[in-house]
Design a binder for this molecule. Sequence first.
Ligand code: HEC
Ligand code: HEC
Length: 246
Amino acid sequence: MIGALMTTLRLPALLLLLLLSLLTSAARATAKFEDTMAQRTLACSVCHGAEGRAAADGYYPRIAGKPAGYLYNQLLHFREGRRHYGLMTRLLEPLSDAYLSEIAGHFASLDLPYPPPARVTATPAVLERGRLLALQGDPSHKLPACVACHGTRLTGVQPNTPGLLGLPRDYLNAQLGAWRSGQRRAHAPDCMAQVARTLTPEDLNAVANWLAAQPLPANPHPVTRLPMPPSVACGSAILPAGAMTR
Ligand code: HEC
Ligand code: HEC
């Protein structure tokens, strides 16, 4: 019993060691180990699915094909405590900014198909409210539309703004909730904290449901720029020199 408990407790540590050795390529000595970014980031696929295309359970988010600056910012957020997931933080702690930006560039460059959206059970009225918030915002509450920053097709904008389609409802709800409570933060000015706090809990649920029900458009890639600059500014780290953006 105690032995079993010890093993359970120790497992994460062992897993972490294994993952770290992949990332830092200490496993290079192994016969057929090819020292490529794809090999090193196998550690990430354990949770994020093959090539970072997300796991089926809706908990581990897709990372493939997101804008490089966005991914880089998230890796910094986890490493520096603005986002919280213990195992990821410990994996990223020993890595330099330049290496994190290389990892971000690797995942950003992967162009993989998206699965069809999950079926949602929300009522048509809730979905309609979600659609209005995403496409038009709510001027009476000074809430900008999601498309004002995430792009007309909601597929994201280079280099720092992610797309909002292809994400499970539970993940969207959790992230927006975390911004409301201060659990998730971004570089200042943290525009998403302002957006999330302006949404009522009902509106937050409505927009998450609508977004999760939308298929990706024919061109699912992030756009290079917005038709109009957004009314609210958003912060970001500066990418290390020579970083790859797509
Ligand atoms: C032990 C499981 C696990 C491992 C290993 C892991 N991640 Fe994660 N990752 C998560 C979870 C869970 C989240 C979502 C956390 C949250 O709710 O904010 C996440 C979130 C992310 C995000 C933010 C995604 C977004 O859309 O905002 C990025 C980027 C990311 N991980 C990259 C990586 C990279 C790169 C690696 C390998 C170096 C890695 N992860 C390894 C579990 C893991
Ligand atoms: C003023 C610009 C702006 C507006 C308006 C905006 N966003 Fe964002 N959003 C951002 C930026 C920038 C990020 C990346 C923040 C970071 O670095 O963590 C982001 C990130 C997100 C994420 C995290 C995605 C992930 O993969 O983890 C979600 C979810 C999100 N926004 C939802 C929304 C919704 C829903 C709306 C509309 C109600 C909205 N946003 C409106 C700028 C905006």
